[in-house]
Structures are given as structure tokens and as C-alpha cells.
Ligand binder design. Structure first.
Ligand code: C2E
Ligand code: MG
Ligand code: MG
Length: 633
């Protein structure tokens, strides 16, 4: 550890210590100067039993203490209750660069920087006024020799005295050590950049000051960056190369930040930090708007575009950057990071190697998605879902043969939501299993009720949509068997609609499930057929009996004036092939009589669409049945 030359020698100034003290005594004649009296007694002995102990060689006299005060290497000063110096030792004089005699009557707070910080000042005054026993603080002082020193200032009353003792201990070494430790703790060893902890500390401090300080722009900006495909570098070339790459990236980022700060308005320091893994952040204090951040983000992308030459390897990387810029007031560190994280996700989602700006509208949409997703399951329990039914009509006789059950969410806040808003979310978070089971149960009950209400006629079958995850994550076969048994619905009156991809990808368990359902007598339909890459020959080997042609084919028919023969030919060929393979064909989205007629001529079996009916509530289906199940068209 270095030696600091703060402390002085008793005779360092060439003065007679006693002279100083006498001047103190003269100044403060009201109180006896018992703390510092006769400095000329040279004995070294234990402290005296009382203040006025004689200098008899057995106990330290006051003179001893006085001598110690002057000889001490620790800078000390005795103050009166107003904080004025009564006596200062040479070490103190040396610290502040003034003859200790000259310090008498000086304001101690000025000498030791106790006045600048209001909290320090208040605590110091508490001791002077006698309301507190001790005060200690750390200050940075300018030593008389020019260098800065870190000191610990302690102020405490002298027992039984109207005075206080102020001591100033040089803690520069300790402070430097702590600073070095803190540096290690707050920096990333690989890139030497500030780490996550320091980044958050700076971010919080910046937000705090920006909110109260009127001098800056009151804004803050953040580029949150993630390298694209960094994992592949680590996995294929090893962590050493990975680390070198991170370090090289860090250097380029730092250069970008420096040149942006040089170009930019004000003294805007940009903090570059490694937040972990291959994530970096560039924090712009006092930002001027989104343009500034966009420019910075683009310069980063440009800088990273040049390949990296690392240990004989030439590597190319790209990055995705989420950019957020906003007013500091009202912004929290967590809020800002969440926005940045979302925006980074968008940048990745939009194709990587780009920067994306935070978009409140897109975020609101995401929030809604999140809100919907998290409330799906409880909504099933609360009974917020309902089913509508849309007839499936025979194209040659116009009679409803069955109905498709379509789910709706009566959301207490957002109103009635169509399945396009929530089915995918339910599939993502698994709520589809419960929701799907509810739909199946409700639809089978309903179909059975219609059957019982119209005992004479041809009963309607019900067609229920089933998501892939229901086949994988639940015992669909047991559920269907249980529900059929419970409702008494004959299996032939139940049809399950699965999408092409669900069925085509099926092997093992899903295939066995389809087979078991089919063996039970339940019909399997392929929904939205033609949107995937189904292999008809393969399909014919699966237990599938119905193809539901996607609406886009029928839409392609156009009107009589603008026919699209290609679509019509494709449908014709598909229908012929399906029939050869023993499948029946239903066309979706039949909106006009003309389309219905063409589909009928082509040989399509059933149609579904607005021409016949929109999806309707169950009592409306009842009305259709009462009317002899003859629908429009
Ligand atoms: P989908 O199974 O293909 O259902 C047909 C969709 O086309 C329905 O939309 C229906 O309202 C709509 N549609 C019917 N006729 C016409 C028409 O003539 N023209 C046009 N443009 N559209 C027509 P919806 O009710 O919004 O359902 C959308 C999708 O949500 C369904 O497509 C289905 O994939 C899914 N879905 C609905 N209910 C359920 C359910 O209970 N479970 C699962 N897993 N998915 C469901
Ligand atoms: Mg369907
Ligand atoms: Mg469909």
C-alpha cells in the first residue's frame, strides 16, 4: 500500500506548538482550556485519573495529551460549538496547506467540505449542537500538495467540554482498494465493459436525475442488442472464439458510442454495457429523440457488418436491436427494459439483422394478447365461451346435413371475440385442452338435444374443430368416448375437424388416436384442405373420410364475368380424386348461388357459407330444423 503524506510532524512547521495553544486559550477565556494545556511535559504514561493530574511521572499529564495532539500524524482540530477552529495540529495544517496558527477561527466545515451536502451538513450540526454524539463521513479533499485524498472525517464532543474534536483520517488506500474491487464487481471480465449491475445502477441514477434536473433534455434512449446466431459460434468454434468475438463486438460498440457522443448534441455520454450472454446495451442519457437513437442503432449495424478476423477465423455476425426513446419522467428502469426487450423480440421476429423502434400500438396488441392468454383458463371455468353453429348443406338438395360448432368468447372487457383472436393463444399455452373438451361436450349435448327434439327426421351431425395439441396433450379418445356415452349421441353424428398439418404430421400416438376414433364410428374431416402440403395418396391411408376445401378455392371461382378456370379445374380434379379415394368433399365459404351451382356441377358434396347461413346461436338452428331443415339458396 502506498504511504500518503497527509499526516504532519509535531515540529513540521517549525513553530512552537505552545504558541498556538496560548492563542487558543486567549481567544476562549470563558472556558478553561483543560483539553490542551501544557504541552511541555514530555512523559509517556497512561491517561490521568482526572483532568488536572500532576506531572509526577506516574500518570500522563495534560501536557502529554497536548504533545500527543501536536505530534499525532492524524490531522486533528478542536472546534467550538459554532464549528470554528480553536486549535489545529500540524498534521491538519499540512493537510489543508495552511499554518495551523492561521486556521484558528476558521470554519472547520469549509476546510473539510462538510457544507456542500445538506445531509452531511445537518448531521454535523447535530453534533455541534450537542444533539448527537458522533458524526462520521467520507469526503474527497484536495491535499495541499495537489493530489486528491479520500478522508474519513469524524466529529465528536470532548467529554465535559463545550468543544468538539474533529479528526481527518486518510483512507485513500482503502478507498482505492474498494474502488478496484467495485470495478471488478461491476465490469464484465470478457469484454471489460460495465456489466448488468452497473448498467442498472446507471440507468436508475439517470432516470432519477433526469426527472429532477431541468438542465438536460429530460429524455432517455436505449439500444438493446442481441447478436444473431451467436450460439452457433460458441457451439461450433468453442467458447474461446466466442469470447473473442464478444470482446471484438464490444470494442466496435464502444467506438460507435464514442463517435456518436462526439457528433451528438451536448456532452451526452453513452454507456455501453454487456448485459449477459450476447446481449449488449447502449444507454443514451439526455437523448434528443428517436432519430438520434435510430442513427446510433444503424451505425452499430454498419459497424458489425464488417467481418471479424479472430485467431485465423473470419467470422460474420449480425445483430438485432430494440430501440426505445422516451421522456425520463414517468419511466422506470423496469418499464424501459421491458419495452426494449419486447422491441428486440420484434426485431428478431421481423427477420433479424435490423433495428426496430418501440411501437406503443404494437405493444398494446401484445399486451392484449398477453391479457387474453393469461385469462383463457379461468374464462373456461367462468363459462365465458359460447358456441355458434353453421349449417353444412347438401349441394344437390340444399338440405342441412350437419352443423359446424364454432366457438366465441364473450369477454367481459373486449366483447365477443372470434376464435381467430384466441385459439392460437390457447394452443400456445395449452388452455386449448380444457377449452376443446368444453366445446366437444357442449356441441355433443346440443346435437343430442336436436336429435331428441326431432325424432322423425334425419338427425343433424355436429362437426367439432380439434386442435393438434388436444390429440397430443390429452386423451382425446377417452374424452370423446366419455362424452358420447354421457350425452347419448351416436358416434356417427359426430365429426371431428383437424387441420391438414395436424393429420399429415401424425404418426404414432396421434395416428392411433385417429384410428381409434374412426373405429368408434366418429368421422374425421380435414379442415382448410389445400392450404398445406397434403399428399392425397397418404391421406387415403389415414382414417379420414371428409375433405373440407379451403375457402380460397371457392373465392377463386370469381363471378361469371371474371372466371378463374384454373381454380375451377383444380377443384374439379380434387373432387374427382377424393371421390376415387372414398372421401366426401365439403366446400367452405360458399357465398353466392353461382358458386354453389358450379360446385354442385363439379360434384362437390356439401357446402358451408354465408349463402346458407352465418354461424348462429343454437335456437336459430332449431328454427332452421323446424322449417324442414331447408335453408336458403
Ligand atoms: P374453420 O374451422 O375453417 O371455420 C370456418 C370459418 O369460416 C368460421 O370462422 C366461419 O365463420 C367462417 N365462414 C363461414 N362461412 C363463410 C363465408 O361464406 N365466407 C367467409 N368469408 N367466411 C365464412 P370463425 O368462426 O371465425 O372460425 C375461425 C376458425 O377458428 C375456424 O376455422 C377454426 O379453425 C377455428 N375454430 C373455431 N372454433 C373452434 C374450436 O372450437 N376449436 C378449435 N380448435 N378451433 C376452432
Ligand atoms: Mg372448421
Ligand atoms: Mg375451415
Amino acid at each position: 500500500m502506498r504511504e500518503r503524506a497527509v499526516s504532519g510532524q509535531p515540529d513540521g512547521t517549525g513553530r512552537t506548538p505552545g504558541a498556538t495553544l496560548s492563542s487558543v486559550t486567549e481567544r476562549d477565556s470563558t472556558t478553561s482550556d483543560s483539553a490542551i494545556e501544557d504541552a511541555r511535559c514530555g512523559h509517556h504514561a497512561p491517561p490521568p485519573p482526572c483532568d488536572n493530574a500532576p506531572c509526577d511521572g506516574t500518570a500522563a499529564s495534560l501536557g502529554d495529551y497536548r504533545a500527543a495532539f501536536y505530534a499525532g500524524r492524524l490531522p486533528m482540530a478542536v472546534l467550538n460549538r459554532d464549528g470554528l477552529v480553536l486549535a489545529a495540529n500540524p498534521a491538519f495544517g499540512e493537510l489543508v496547506g495552511t499554518d495551523p496558527d492561521q486556521l484558528v477561527a476558521a470554519t472547520a466545515a469549509d476546510l473539510t467540505d462538510l457544507g456542500a451536502d445538506p445531509r452531511v451538513w445537518t448531521a454535523y450540526r447535530e453534533v455541534l449542537c450537542g444533539r448527537s454524539d458522533r458524526f462520521r463521513c467520507t469526503r474527497r479533499l484536495k491535499h495541499s500538495e495537489g493530489q486528491s485524498v479520500w478522508v474519513e472525517v469524524t466529529v465528536e464532543p470532548l467529554t465535559g467540554e463545550e468543544r468538539v474534536l474533529l479528526t481527518v483520517a486518510d483512507i485513500s488506500d482503502r478507498h482505492d482498494l474498494l474502488a478496484r474491487l467495485r470495478h471488478l464487481q461491476m465490469h464484465d471480465p470478457v469484454t471489460r465493459l460495465p456489466n448488468r449491475a452497473l448498467f442498472f445502477e446507471r440507468l436508475s441514477a439517470t432516470l432519477e436525475t433526469a426527472a429532477v434536473e431541468a438542465s438536460g433534455t429530460g429524455r432517455i434512449g436505449l439500444c438493446y442488442l442481441d447478436l444473431d446466431g451467436f450460439k452457433a459460434v460458441n457451439d461450433t468454434l468453442g467458447h474461446r472464439v466466442g469470447d473473442r468475438l464478444l470482446s471484438a463486438v464490444a470494442q466496435r460498440l464502444t467506438r460507435c458510442a464514442e463517435s456518436a457522443a462526439d457528433r451528438g448534441p451536448g456532452r451526452g455520454r453513452h454507456l455501453v454495457a454487456r448485459l449477459g450472454g450476447d446481449e449488449f446495451a447502449l444507454l443514451v442519457e439526455d437523448s434528443t429523440g428517436t432519430d438520434q437513437l435510430a442513427e446510433l442503432a444503424q451505425s452499430v449495424l454498419d459497424a458489425l457488418q464488417r467481418p471479424f478476423d479472430l485467431a485465423g477465423q473470419r467470422l460474420s455476425v449480425s445483430a438485432s436491436i430494440g430501440v426505445v426513446e422516451r421522456t425520463a419522467n414517468g419511466t422506470t428502469a423496469t418499464g424501459l427494459m421491458q419495452a426494449a426487450d419486447t422491441t428486440l423480440f420484434w426485431a428478431k421476429e421481423d427477420g433479424k439483422a435490423r433495428w426496430t423502434l418501440f411501437d406503443p400500438e404494437r405493444n398494446a396488441h401484445r399486451m392484449t394478447r398477453q391479457a387474453l392468454s393469461s385469462t383463457l383458463r379461468p374464462a373456461v371455468d367462468r363459462g365465458e365461451f359460447t358456441l355458434e353453429y353453421q349449417p353444412l348443406v347438401g349441394l344437390d338438395d340444399g338440405r342441412a346435413q350437419g352443423v359446424e360448432a364454432l366457438v366465441r368468447w364473450r369477454h367481459p372487457q373486449f366483447g365477443v371475440l372470434s376464435p381467430n383472436r384466441f385459439i392460437a393463444l390457447a394452443e400456445e399455452n395449452g388452455a386449448i385442452v380444457e377449452l376443446g373438451r368444453w366445446v366437444l361436450e357442449r356441441a355433443c349435448h346440443q346435437a343430442r338435444a336436436w336429435q331428441l327434439a326431432h325424432p322423425g327426421g334425419q338427425p343433424l351431425f355436429v362437426s367439432v374443430n380439434v386442435a393438434v395439441r388436444q390429440v397430443w396433450d390429452s386423451d382425446l379418445v377417452a374424452d370423446v368416448a366419455g362424452i358420447l356415452a354421457e350425452t347419448g349421441l351416436p358416434p356417427r353424428l359426430l365429426q371431428l375437424e383437424l387441420t391438414e398439418s395436424a393429420v399429415m404430421g401424425s404418426a404414432g400416438r396421434p395416428l392411433q388416436a385417429l384410428q381409434a376414433l374412426s373405429d368408434m364410428g366418429v368421422r374425421i374431416a380435414i379442415d382448410d384442405f389445400g392450404t398445406g402440403y397434403s399428399n392425397l395418396a397418404y391421406l387415403s391411408r389415414l382414417p379420414v373420410s371428409v375433405l373440407k376445401l379451403d375457402g380460397s378455392f371457392v373465392r377463386g371461382f370469381r363471378s361469371q364475368e371474371h372466371p378463374n378456370p384454373a381454380d375451377e379445374m383444380i377443384v374439379e380434379a380434387l373432387v374427382a380424386l377424393a371421390h376415387r379415394l372414398g372421401l366426401t368433399v365439403t366446400a367452405e365459404c360458399v357465398e353466392s348461388a353461382e358458386q354453389a351451382e358450379r360446385l354442385r356441377r363439379i360434384g362437390c358434396d356439401t357446402g358451408q357459407g354465408w349463402l346458407y347461413s352465418r354461424p348462429v346461436a343454437p335456437d336459430r338452428v332449431e328454427a332452421l330444423l323446424d322449417a324442414g331443415r331447408r335453408t336458403g339458396g
